[in-house]
Design a protein around this ligand. Sequence first.
Ligand SMILES: Cc1cc2nc3c(=O)[nH]c(=O)nc-3n(C[C@H](O)[C@H](O)[C@H](O)COP(=O)(O)OP(=O)(O)OC[C@H]3O[C@@H](n4cnc5c(N)ncnc54)[C@H](O)[C@@H]3O)c2cc1C
Length: 443
Amino acid sequence: MRIIILGGGSAGTSVAFELRKKSKECEITIIEETGNNEYSPCSLPYVLCKEIDGFEKIFLFSDSDYIREDIKLIKNARATIIEPDKKIVSFKREGKEESMQYDYLVYALGSTPRMPPIDIADDAKYHFFRTIEDAKNLGQDIKEGKKMLILGGGLIGVEAAYAGANAGMDVTIVEYGTHLLHTVMDKDMSSHLEEFMGKHGIRVVSSTAITRIDSNKLYSDNEEYEYDTLVVATGLSPNTGLAQKSGINVNHGIAVDSSFRTNYDNIFAAGDCIELDRMNDDACCVMLGSLAFQSARVIADNILGTKSSYNPVLGAAIAKLGSIIIATTGMTLQRAKEKGINAYGMIIEGSTRSGYHPDSKRIVVKLIANSEKKLIGAQILGGEDVSGRINLCTLAIAEGIGIDKIAFLETVYNPGSAPINEPLAVCARMLMRKIDVIANASK
Ligand SMILES: Cc1cc2nc3c(=O)[nH]c(=O)nc-3n(C[C@H](O)[C@H](O)[C@H](O)COP(=O)(O)OP(=O)(O)OC[C@H]3O[C@@H](n4cnc5c(N)ncnc54)[C@H](O)[C@@H]3O)c2cc1C
């Protein structure tokens, strides 16, 4: 069986290695446009912050790993045509067009930075922050004392801003929405993040539409912002062009069923380029390395004849900015209200160990529940132990667990490792009370 994978990034490479783990027989070929083996884009901010010592550290596989696993990686080859009826894919390498026959094709071409409709002068110089090449270029322009502007206050923008501030730059984030991370975090939680950014000298200008970029300034209707280094982090578009040309169905991203199969039986798709079903919410592209990696098991199973499927996702995400970690899962309260869901939120501050322990860190927790007291979203910001708590919330949302169960969960305690009052449980108890009070008042 010959399997061809288009795109040698997080999703494509994970599928290749998962297939090989499960079958020694199939022939696996990856067609990759760049000269890179798989690396971790999620690690790029940490290289810029010098927490990871050099770009070479973030490559996940060496040439010899691919050879040992008998995975053929064709680099510097751009996939150009898919002919589903003939089961042929063509690609361009060193100016020459080549074609290969497949039994199964996996489409994993990722995403590309999106530029909003802005008037851009010819001499404007800006960076995207999507690939290792982008990060290397940006790294050259991170210089102490210089002015950095970040256009876009999503996760990538916030990480780029922190990298600049960490190197002693004067950083401003300009955001079109009302607050940082506005698609995944409510304003009350985001204000804690803005407070942290402020302590690192990062200014946040929100609710601002930039209309023009020139060689050293951004312009809104009534302000201008000077820069030495500009990062455009205004979102990503799924790479669906080749799919569309080839008759593969595309909505927001490539349309797949619960086994990641496209409208062609023998063509699967994974990673940033696909649209995913989300729990309680509309399908959309959820661009996360975690999901790209997790899709590999399902795709490999189905190609090899074992039926398996994914559950609607919650978009659980996490990032670390120096001494704080931010994480989010499920719906924001704002989104729930937009969707007409009767939802309530509660935000509390606690500590990660006994408050008197010298290493105890501050933690801020927000839980969102519907009127049946089912958890539908969570946001956490703290100095440590954020991932375990957000994963627990993801499990609770996915399994329809009520906040009453979280409120009275048996939790561990030890002054040096966990507080007696678990912040999730405290938050859940307060949220229960709030929902009861509102329900009683409306009787
Ligand atoms: C700065 C940054 C930080 C991030 N942090 C996190 C994080 O902390 N956690 C998290 O879960 N996610 C994070 N992500 C998101 C995560 O990196 C992506 O969701 C993930 O890499 C997507 O995998 P993919 O395989 O779809 O795309 P990619 O990894 O981009 O792979 C797509 C591949 O396709 C190749 N390609 C494109 N067109 C063609 C063509 N025509 N022919 C052949 N090859 C082609 C590209 O060269 C690329 O190698 C981060 C992303 C960035 C940029």
